[in-house]
Design a protein around this ligand. Structure first.
Ligand SMILES: Cc1ncc(C[n+]2csc(CCOP(=O)(O)OP(=O)(O)O)c2C)c(N)n1
Length: 286
């Protein structure tokens, strides 16, 4: 247990939510034949923390303003976010099984026109950075409360657009923009370090004038702690929390493996996953 903002955070509860996000997203990707499993698994903890303790939202009226907003700029990991939204009451869990099928509200990449709870359309890497900064600027111009949360991939940070946004957000004092970089060390076809080394990502954000830190991004308490501090901070600088994570985390079939960026999820794999994630339904944790 940790105590922050006079609120007791139950580590176990958030860990189980992260496990459910993993399982429900695997179920969805199994129903559609496959998907971006690796990058969905690595962000389960940050989604659990955001939807399980940090963000203010109303699943009954998802568009009500003002509200906190989330931009999943690595939009190919939509299934993980859809799982978090379904588990938070935005739509029924069964709907996850329509992922990427004809007529679905859940396309493989996020679409704000289709899915309740999706605040920004994403999928073209880099663009979510700029649109999140735009949303944060809009809030500032309207003196609106709340924050914009942005999740970037580490491979995505090869996009120049990300760094244009980083300069812009500092210039416009967007301290309501809280960015997470999912440093899972791999991108589509290799290790991020080998393809275009970022050096120290945290240092890079700091050098642009951002409030930055690097934490274990697969530890719910570390993520909660860093996010809660960023929410309370009003320093005039945007915040970046670099999440040191493992691609494929939490599922033995994929954790730390390569070749799992986009993969098929077969019936056999699904059956194994159901057994492995049975613990996520632990009724002793309320
Ligand atoms: C502008 C653009 N170029 C290429 C792609 C294809 N693409 C989809 S995911 C991906 C790799 C992203 O790597 P990373 O940001 O590290 O994501 P993660 O490993 O977390 O899935 C690429 C190149 C894209 N979606 N957008």
């Amino acid at each position: 247990m940790i105590f922050i903002m006079e609120k007791e955070i139950d580590r176990k509860k958030l860990e189980l939510l992260a496990a459910r996000i993993r399982l429900e997203s695997i179920r969805a990707m199994h129903a559609s034949g496959g998907g971006h499993v690796g990058g969905c698994m690595s962000i389960a903890e940050v989604l659990a923390v955001l939807y399980g303790g940090i963000m203010h939202y109303n699943p009954e009226n998802p568009k009500a303003e003002p509200r906190d907003k989330l931009v999943l700029s690595k939009g190919h990991c939509g299934p993980a976010l859809y799982a978090a939204l379904a588990l938070s009451g935005f739509f029924p869990l069964e709907e996850l099984l329509t992922l990427n099928k004809n007529g679905t509200r859940l396309p493989s990449h996020c679409d704000m026109r289709k899915t309740p709870g999706i605040d920004m359309t994403t999928g073209s890497l880099g663009q979510g950075a700029s649109t999140a900064a735009g949303l944060a600027l809009g809030k500032k111009m309207k003196s609106e409360p709340g924050n914009v949360f942005l999740i970037l991939g580490d491979g995505e940070c090869d996009e120049g657009q990300v760094w244009e946004m980083v300069m812009f957000a500092k210039q416009r004092r967007l301290d309501n923009l809280i960015t997470f970089v999912d440093l899972n060390h791999q991108q589509l076809d290799g290790y991020t370090e080998d393809i275009c080394s970022m050096g120290g990502l945290c240092g890079r954000f700091t050098s642009f004038g951002w409030e930055s830190c690097i934490i274990n991004g697969n530890d719910v308490c570390a993520v909660y702690d860093a996010a809660a501090k960023a929410v309370l901070r009003h320093s005039g600088s945007p915040s970046c929390i670099v999440l040191d994570t493992v691609k494929g985390k939490g599922w033995s079939l994929t954790e730390g493996k390569t070749g799992i960026h986009h993969m098929a999820v077969t019936d056999g794999m699904m059956a194994e996953a159901e057994k492995e994630f049975a613990f996520a339904f632990d009724k002793s944790v309320t």
